[in-house]
Ligand binder design. Structure first.
Ligand code: ISE
Length: 337
């Protein structure tokens, strides 16, 4: 079987996924692309030597009878509307993270999927498919380090796009840790407090506060501290250290040749976030399309996972604004989710 896919949004991650879907992932053909910027989609088709229909309005791509799967890589603000429209047209959906920029918008997507009566959507929380995070989860689940007590993370971006705002450091960047840590720890979040560290010279207080330190507490009492620094000068750097009763487990660093030269010892640090998890992106997409081609529902992060992440992200944004600890209460998980 080969599924026919349409890609909505040909920006940074959209063109990377277009490349991936055309050259790496088996069991899928891209038959349609869409971008609101004139010529952007056509240029990408030319770049990847692809034959596909080119739309400007995502509604037209969704109406395309050959399209069975809609891959959403458009602006974060548009994810929910596109996902609801695709689900209402009974199309499968792969939606890049975040599912939406608020819990309320995620609820619309959860409801649209519920109405189809089956799992139709997967969210692009690719860290769950990263071998380092999977090894970390295997160590935690095996009780090798005893019960987890504390977690320390770093999410350092080597710069951001113009106009990047303080809340985006949560719903676009920290959203990865929000999803992957509750999956790693088999635990939900109870509260969060966001601190603004001494600000980098690249931060513009009125638009972007950077760096931020996010302190989460889980229902089991685990304390999590994640530093979010989106103007890191030395590179793109992701850390996750889990301290348990018996030991500490650290997310592996990216393999890189070490060079000893001129009385220095050095290894490379990536600068492009698309490279850091390149294998995880491939694995999540292949898993998604393999399952659909085998007539099985998606098994990766669900619309409900996207909603859970957004509930916590909303609390983080509230804490950014209030300066207080904000509490997180999660409703009961509906049947389909
Ligand atoms: C980007 O959208 C990603 O998903 C990257 O993984 C993350 O590190 C970056 O902060 C986001 O802007």
């Amino acid at each position: 079987m080969v599924l026919k896919a349409g890609v909505v949004g040909i920006g940074m991650i959209g063109s990377d996924h277009l490349r991936r879907l055309s050259n790496t992932i088996s069991g899928v053909d891209v038959v349609a692309v869409c971008d609101i910027v004139d010529g952007k989609a056509k240029a990408a088709l030319k770049k990847f030597n692809l034959e596909a229909r080119d739309y400007k309005d995502y509604h037209d791509l969704i109406k395309d009878k050959e399209v069975e799967v809609v891959v959403i890589t458009a602006s974060n603000e548009s994810h929910a509307d596109i996902a609801v429209a695709a689900l209402n047209a009974n199309k499968y959906v792969f939606c890049e993270k975040p599912l939406a920029i608020s819990a309320a918008d995620c609820e619309r997507v959860v409801e649209a999927e519920r109405k189809t009566g089956k799992r139709m959507l997967q969210v692009g929380f690719m860290r769950r498919y990263d071998t380092g995070y999977m090894q970390l989860k295997q160590i935690i689940d095996s009780n090798e380090i005893g019960q987890p007590l504390m977690v320390h993370g770093r999410h350092y971006n080597a710069g951001t796009v113009p106009g990047y705002k303080t809340p985006q450091a949560i719903y676009e960047t920290l959203i990865h840790e929000i999803d992957v840590l509750h999956w790693l720890l088999n635990d939900n979040y109870k509260s969060v407090k966001v601190y603004f560290a001494r600000q980098t010279s690249k931060a513009d207080g009125s638009v972007l506060k950077d760096p931020q330190v996010v302190v989460l507490e889980t229902v089991k009492g685990i304390n999590i501290v994640v530093e979010v620094f989106v103007n890191c000068q030395y590179g793109y750097d992701i850390h996750c250290d889990v301290t348990g009763e018996l030991g500490m487990a650290e997310l592996p660093t990216v393999a890189s040749v070490a060079v000893r030269k001129g009385a220095k010892y050095s290894t490379d640090i990536l600068t492009d976030w698309k490279e850091r998890f390149i294998d995880a992106y491939d694995t999540e997409f292949q898993d998604f399309f393999d399952r659909l081609n085998a007539k099985q529902p998606p098994a990766g992060p669900s619309a409900w996972d996207g909603y859970l992440a957004a509930v916590t992200a909303d609390a983080c944004v509230r804490s950014q604004q209030s300066g207080n600890t904000e509490f997180i209460t999660l409703p009961a998980k509906p049947e389909l989710a």
